[in-house]
Design a protein around this ligand. Structure first.
Ligand SMILES: [Fe+2]
Ligand SMILES: [Fe+2]
Ligand SMILES: [Fe+2]
Length: 296
């Protein structure tokens, strides 16, 4: 196996973890029993760590990360039972794939990584099986629905959810490929906070009895950190801030209003963090130009 083949294999694993995360998030949003969702959420967080490890290995080997998904691997379900069955299957499939990779890969560090991830997936399979066994027959329809569904609010929330998802992917990409710790720190913080926002929006949509839109967002602008890129990111955050402000004014439900205002404040901070990064980058660029001139 040459380096390119190992990188491709790892990129497939990144996509597979990404798919598992999305499948489990759907379940977290649609299953109305907190005793179950708390467990699934914790498993989804471990899949995020797997995604991060595989992606970092790609970078280590000199590759570029792409944050795709294996669409056909994402399986939903009509009932909670069906969802949990699909989760057990997803884990079994992952174990099968990683085990077969373990046999063909020669690179020792990749082998160790696969071995570690397989160990986790086996535990997940058992945890999902246990959840399935303990499940009292409930169906999606039995969810507690809070209030009337307002299609306009649902549409706006799904648009915001999609925006958060896109920001997560963008900032994760920055996190994997940026060079300085300031860049990495800023992008990871924004990615994690966007995950929190996406989670809150999805949960609220589920509670309302609406379907969260977790399709893969288009138009990801995967570039490195440059002044132009950061300026675009700042504009994105400012747009998000005003979008949350607008929807906060629109809703009558106090709990929703509070949530949107809370997120709005975060978006303001994100814009500030990016502005700091921009200042730092510009100073650095000007500084290194002066150095270069001195040498010449
Ligand atoms: Fe995983
Ligand atoms: Fe897993
Ligand atoms: Fe956000």
């Amino acid at each position: 196996m040459n380096k390119k083949e190992i990188i491709d294999l790892l990129l497939y694993d990144v996509a597979l973890e990404h798919s598992a995360i999305i499948q489990y998030l759907y379940n977290v949003f649609l299953i109305g029993d907190p005793e179950i969702t708390v467990e699934i959420e914790s498993i989804a967080r471990q899949e995020m760590r797997h995604l991060k490890w595989f992606a970092q290995k790609v970078v280590e080997l000199g590759g570029r990360v792409s944050l795709k998904r294996v669409e056909e691997a994402i399986k939903l379900g009509e009932s909670w039972e069906e969802m949990l069955k699909n989760d057990v299957n997803a884990e079994e499939e992952a174990i099968k794939i990683y085990s077969s990779q373990l046999e063909i890969v020669k690179d020792d560090s990749v082998k160790k990584l696969l071995d570690r991830v397989i160990n986790d997936e086996m535990r997940h399979r058992d945890e999902f099986s246990e959840l399935l066994e303990n499940l009292k027959q409930k169906s999606v329809e039995e969810r507690t629905k809070s209030g009337e569904l307002d299609p306009e609010i649902v549409a706006i929330m799904n648009k915001l959810l999609q925006k958060e998802y896109r920001l997560i992917l963008d900032h994760l990409y920055h996190f994997f490929h940026s060079k300085t710790w300031q860049e990495k720190d800023t992008s990871l913080d924004i990615a994690i906070e966007s995950m929190v926002h996406m989670g809150e929006l999805g949960e609220k949509l589920g509670e309302m009895g609406a379907m969260p839109d977790l399709s893969l967002p288009q138009a990801q602008h995967f570039k490195g950190y440059s002044s132009e890129e950061i300026l675009e990111d700042i504009a994105e955050e400012e747009k998000a801030k005003s979008a949350y402000d607008e929807i906060a004014k629109k809703v009558t439900n106090e709990e929703l209003k509070k949530l949107f205002l809370w997120i709005e404040k975060h978006e303001e901070h994100h814009a500030q963090r990016l502005k700091e990064l921009l200042r730092r980058l510009n100073k650095f660029t000007v500084g290194s130009l002066i150095d270069k001139n001195k040498k010449e």
